[in-house]
Design a protein around this ligand. Sequence first.
Ligand code: AMP
Length: 460
Amino acid sequence: MENTPEFSTLPLSPQLRSGLDALGYQKMTPVQSLALPVILSGKDLIAQAPTGSGKTAAFGLGLLERIDASQVRTQSLVLCPTRELADQVGKQLRKLATGIPNLKLSILCGGIPLAPQLASLTHAPHVVVGTPGRILELIEKGALDLSSVAVFVLDEADRMLDMGFEEDIRAISKRMPKQRMGLMFSATFPEAIRALGKALLQNPVEVSVDSVESTPDIKARFIHTDAEKRMPQLAAALMHYRPQSTVVFCNMRRDTEEVVRSLAHYGFSALALHGDMEQRDREEVLVRFGNRSCSVLVASDVAARGLDIDIIDAVVNYELPSDADTYLHRIGRTGRAGRSGLALSLVSDGEDNRARVIDLHLGKATEWESIPALEGRPRAVPQAPMVTLRLDAGRTDKLRPGDIVGALTGDVGLKKEAVGKIDVFATRSYVAIAHPQAGQTLEKLRQGKIKGRKVRVNRL
Ligand code: AMP
């Protein structure tokens, strides 16, 4: 949202500004910045905008801007697929309308007794939010008069069609004046939605948040966690998804070491990467992660900056970062090179706000998931497939990768498949060996020679 304009750039009435101030909104979300100029100019709109994108405020500001509260008539109707959504939308509109004196808004949904609703309609509400079935029922009973509606909103139109509300919606629209503004929001755009848009809207402008931000190959999930159970929750998430290579991001450098210790306790092979490390230690950690002999890298943002590894199956936010850019940067490390990626974030109650800011930035709601935190140590923790051996000889000794492969497949007798990635530095080299063959390879290398000379070898 860093690059979207502020609400102050819009021609909004002072009454609505106070509502925005009360809600603490300053910058527009991507959908709002695309849709509001269209809505405020009075044009019809069809918008691709999922839950969490800030669409409610987009149509809310548009419809409230047109209310004349001195006229006791229903001037705006919002149709929603479910009672829960209608409640949510109604509440948010009430907050946005705090600066408009005497505004009456009614939420009218099925599943609630009819009599109190009928009673509440003796004075027409300025704004009605409801579900199609009940709204039609109230119209037919003569309790709701839509002949003065100036703004008609269809929220989550695709879901309303899925739920079989199309006929009701069409019937309701016939009770409104032809000269009205129509706004339709939908997460998806199947043919039926286009057809409905054609029938109910006049030359709608189309907007879509897809063009703003998208992370197509990354499956992102927010995982609820108790703040004090973050560690067992992390272990549970890793056990649940079993990624082969994972980068866990911590907000604080000092947390990285602690998370590594806990993961080791659970049986994972994990290493820390943070800014305080010696260059050589840092290189070694990156070699071990890159050659698959360590399956979890626990990193701080700064340390991970130069991380250029293609095989990251999952990124986990041990905590959510405070800004959406860092989040995007972190999760962008998975799903590269045409692979699909997984981005998991542990979110405690106090971090809901961060989660919301991230959703707003992405223009879509990240799915939440509950995975029970681990109790005790798990069995069958996924192991890294390789082991790293360090050779104390390198480029300055004229050692090349081919020499190492030669020694391993020749004297040591390994099959080529058991030899993994080889990294040669100035004075050291690293080779990854398949886990089952690692012990025996170490022994043989220690006894034998590489390129005609003895080399010190250690297992990391
Ligand atoms: P919605 O997609 O309409 O359900 O909105 C998602 C959430 O974002 C709601 O909790 C809104 O209160 C919040 N929200 C909407 N617009 C903004 C904004 N411009 N700045 C901050 N929060 C917002």
